[in-house]
Design a protein around this ligand. Structure first.
Ligand code: NAD
Length: 318
């Protein structure tokens, strides 16, 4: 991986997302300055980092040298002002509360050098509302990751009205350099792209189980043994394109009416997300619910995704 354009970055907030950004940035060779309002959280993030890297080492996904080098790139700081010192890029990953985000952004904007890019991980808030009024609004942007960003590369980029095109371009370039896959939104929509698509699938999957059409294993099998095998390589439109020998136009010439009928049949209401449905899903999918079981499942998922990504990198789309 070539050295990214920002050799020093800061991560503000070291929870689930902030700690994963630590892995993204250090893996790319960036000196990474960490701040969390709660120093114990920073300590927990570092312990998680060490454990996660150790797991990679056991799996043959990282060398002893890399583990040492990555860890040595992280420093912890006790104020936002100190953390952003010398950083060319800051990835804010604090709590998803508008008043907190605005306060964190005001502090970052006041302390960071004028050229420093201030990027937010927010998963639902509008970057316009977070940073649009600040003196440095033009260097503020959103880079919303999919959890966990060091495993799942897509990141949604959204500018506010004052963000300069140079800042947007530099953010896209930097995210690419550190191994992420940036996708750009032209304006704010609730849920951005990722969560809107996810919400559509969640709604239908839950309603199918809630109403008893099929059990949870059958519904998930349609995803993991069906649709997602294709999606992982060619996405939705790619799947549409290959569903007819002569491509997407021919496919929808034949099937648009069927889709109109099915889409008309979809319910617009939200699922109940009630206890009875949760218990049914847990039972039918055989999920362990103890924290260590959930953790082991997540670690297995991460290892499988790393292997899938390696396969995709080895066989880029023709
Ligand atoms: P989290 O609760 O795990 O972590 C938030 C961290 O911010 C905590 O460590 C907390 O101590 C710290 N914090 C609180 N006040 C702070 C302050 N004033 N300055 C600095 N740090 C402060 O949350 P998370 O899940 O890591 O989410 C972080 C951000 O990433 C949110 O905006 C969230 O919407 C977004 N996000 C989350 C996910 C996800 O699946 N968890 C996915 C994508 C994006």
């Amino acid at each position: 991986m070539p050295q990214p354009k920002f050799d020093t970055v800061a991560v503000v907030g070291s929870g689930v997302i902030g700690r994963s950004w630590l892995r993204v940035f250090t893996r790319a060779g960036c000196r990474t300055r960490l701040y969390d309002k709660d120093p114990q959280q920073s300590a927990r993030a570092l312990a998680w980092f060490d454990e996660d890297v150790a797991l990679d080492r056991r799996e043959g996904l990282a060398s002893a040298d890399e583990a040492k080098r990555w860890r040595a790139l992280i420093t912890t700081h006790t104020t936002i002002a100190d953390a952003v010192k010398g950083a060319g890029f800051v990835q804010e990953s604090g709590p998803e509360k508008i008043e907190l985000k605005r306060a964190i952004y005001a502090a970052m904007d006041q302390a960071a050098a004028p050229s420093t890019i201030l990027s937010s991980s927010t998963s639902a808030l509008d970057i316009e509302a977070i940073a649009g009024d600040l003196p440095g609004a033009k260097r503020c942007i959103m880079a919303h990751p999919c959890n966990p960003p060091h495993i799942v590369p897509v990141v949604e980029i959204l500018a506010n009205k004052k963000t300069t095109p140079e800042v947007t371009k530099a953010t896209i370039d930097f995210m690419t350099e550190v191994g992420q896959k940036p996708v750009v939104l032209n304006w704010y929509v609730n849920g951005f792209l990722l969560n809107r698509i996810q919400a559509a699938v969640v709604r239908e999957a839950f309603l199918l189980v809630e109403s008893g059409v099929a059990d949870a294993e059958a519904v998930d099998s349609c995803i993991k043994d069906g649709l997602a095998l294709r999606w992982a390589f060619i996405g939705n439109f790619g799947a549409n394109h290959l569903n007819a020998d002569d491509g997407i136009r021919a496919y929808f010439a034949r099937y648009a009416d069927a889709y109109r009928s099915m889409i008309g049949d979809l319910e617009t209401r939200a699922p109940k997300f009630d206890e009875a449905t949760m218990a049914k899903i847990v039972r039918e999918r055989g999920f362990g619910e103890k924290p260590e079981q959930v953790r082991a499942f997540a670690q297995w998922r991460d290892r499988m995704i790393v292997r899938l990504k390696a396969l995709k990198a080895k066989h880029p789309q023709q």
